[in-house]
Design a protein around this ligand. Structure first.
Ligand code: G4P
Length: 548
């Protein structure tokens, strides 16, 4: 059987409404659900492993991501799907730490970067922004940060690779402040410049300086030792005084960590370390528990709120199709928002009012699927056989509730799609419409190109691979894609779109996004946006979420 584990427990078994409410509130309070946002190669896999290792969720490094195998593969999960024929995914890592349960959601990067990467951020309560000490803020970090800002997700910053030569700490703080309009409030501060890391100061407690001693070879985790201020000054000498000075300077100008500012997205607590040597990893883990907010009441589409101790509700933030034609199921990733999820319970899909049975519910972490029996606010559950569910769906029990729709994000890749066999045009149209509805890609139409040649828009090119594969194997209409030379989209009004299409001066094209009827103006680059604004100063050009 594909669903392992015991059958669903029979007969409700909540132990009464009151205790179920208490349980939900209690379990929510001790959960932290977060994601790491970073640019490829900043060290996300290394940090993920280090965090999990530190929390002792896994026994050996390398067990989480198996990074070695994945280089050069078009897509992680497609390769895995093809090799195993099942929907394996390490979408979530769950581990216990102190008295808490941490859910670390994966934000696929590298070749897997796609609209799903952004959608994950709709399911977390906090993000750890991982920065390479030598590179500072990079493209993908900017995009992911934009989404966090838009969604009000608070951000903790971890400056990684401090064991290697890099930029000056103050300069990095300045960059965060300037580019993200986010006030950095260092909680730890490095003693020793990048490449010569010796320890960290703790802004909260002068007697909590840490000394890190790396084992020869550098592979092993560094030993961590706590020093009081007097000892630290003696041990670190000038490096210590310099660090104290820098930290004072920052605290004087910007103030220290302020929970209210942090939760409102105005400031970010900053930590320094080196994931590879396990430097600063424990401190970061503690920060996630101590600073990141637990799951809280969630806004509803009607303006109301769903408290965590209300009846069960959850949000489908990602759908994954099985690529194996003989196992054509869909897995829905559901974040529990309120109440207790119990495998086997029947829930309602808010969009249709139809029931959905959760007999096959899985935890979706690690290398394998295992059945999940109970899940609480902040947890992620994988629902198999979920073909009738869609990204953005609300599932609930009891009275109808619905969360706001999942936004669509700024696409950066555009391609005309055509059936290779025009006799299959019916299958073609049906397939494209369904992939649009499922949120696999965004479908655009233009007056110029006509309905026969819809344009697909995606955040990452992997989304096109999925379209090709599913059109051929699922809808029996193989397709040909012709890439268009646009990389940037802005929202405009219909008049602005017409102006763009008629203009001989501005290189660009306007199209209508089928799903929400927004007119998108497509441009090859930012420079062309400028020329549009000069020629048509009265036409609006609004950035889309995560536009750059
Ligand atoms: P990613 O998931 O964000 O893409 O990054 P990943 O963890 O794969 O790290 C990218 C590279 O940076 C890896 O080296 C990794 O070992 C290195 N790295 C990560 N954290 C640190 C750190 O704290 N200090 C130093 N010095 N290096 C770090 P690689 O040689 O590209 O890959 P690998 O062969 O070691 O896997």
């Amino acid at each position: 059987g594909r669903a392992r584990g015991s059958e669903a427990p029979s007969g409700g078994g909540y132990g009464g409404v009151v205790s179920s409410r208490t349980t939900a509130a209690h379990e929510a309070a001790r959960r932290r659900t977060f994601a790491v946002i970073s640019h490829p190669d900043a060290g996300k896999s290394t940090l993920t492993e280090a965090l999990a290792l530190h929390a002792r969720a896994i026994t050996s490094a390398g067990a989480v991501h198996g990074k070695g195998d994945r280089r050069g593969v078009t897509s992680d999960w497609m390769a895995m799907e093809q090799a195993r024929g099942i929907s394996v995914t390490s979408a979530v890592l769950q581990f216990d730490y102190r008295d808490n349960v941490l859910n670390l959601l994966d934000t696929p990067g590298h070749a897997d970067f796609s609209e799903d990467t952004y959608r994950v951020l709709a399911a977390v309560d906090c993000a750890v922004m991982l920065i390479d000490a030598a590179k500072g803020l990079e493209e993908q970090t900017r995009k992911l940060f934009d989404v966090c800002r838009h969604r009000g997700v608070p951000v903790i910053t971890f400056v990684n690779k401090w064991d290697r030569p890099g930029r000056e700490a103050l300069e990095l703080m300045d960059e965060i402040e300037r580019e993200f309009r986010l006030r950095p409030t260092p909680v730890t501060w490095p003693i020793g410049i990048a490449g010569e890391m010796r320890g960290t100061l703790d802004a909260r407690d002068p007697d909590a300086a840490l000394r890190y001693t790396r084992a020869p070879g550098g592979e092993k985790a560094a030993a961590e030792e706590r020093l009081d201020a007097a000892t630290a000054r003696e041990v670190f000498g000038d490096d210590y005084d310099r660090a104290v000075e820098e930290l004072e300077l920052l605290t004087e100008t910007g103030g220290g960590h302020d929970p209210e500012d942090f939760l409102a997205g105005r400031s970010t607590p900053v930590f320094f370390g080196a994931a590879l040597s396990n430097i600063g990893v424990r401190v970061l883990l503690d920060a996630v528990v101590d600073l990141a907010p637990p799951p809280a009441a969630r806004r509803l589409a009607d303006g109301g709120e769903r408290p965590v101790d209300a009846e069960f509700s959850g949000l489908v933030f990602k759908m994954q199709a099985n690529m194996d034609p003989s196992h054509r199921d869909r897995i829905a990733f559901l974040r529990v928002c309120s109440g207790v999820f119990e495998r086997g319970m029947t829930v309602t899909r808010a969009a249709s009012g139809r029931p959905f049975a959760t007999k096959y519910a899985h935890s979706v972490f690690g290398q394998d699927r295992t059945s999940v029996e109970l899940a609480y606010p902040g947890d992620v559950v994988g629902l198999v056989n979920a073909a009738q569910l869609r990204v953005g769906d609300t599932l609930h029990t009891g009275k109808r509730v619905e969360f706001p729709p999942m936004p669509t994000f700024a696409p950066e890749h555009f391609a005309i799609v055509r059936p290779t066999d025009i006799a299959k045009s019916k299958q073609f149209r049906r397939g494209i419409a369904q992939l649009d509805e499922e949120g696999v890609v965004q479908v655009l139409v233009s007056d110029i190109r006509g309905e026969q040649a819809p344009v697909l828009a995606a955040v990452g090119p992997m989304q096109f691979d999925v379209v090709r594969h599913r059109m051929e194997h699922e809808f029996s209409s193989p397709v040909r894609l012709e890439m268009l030379p646009y990389h940037l989209a802005r929202a405009t009004d219909p008049a602005g779109g017409e102006a763009l299409n008629r203009s001989r001066l501005v290189h660009g094209e306007a199209m209508l996004r089928v799903k929400d009827k927004v007119t998108l103006a497509l441009f090859p680059s930012r420079w062309h946006v400028g020329s549009f604004e000069r020629e048509f100063p009265d036409s609006p050009l609004e950035p889309l979420i995560a536009a750059h």
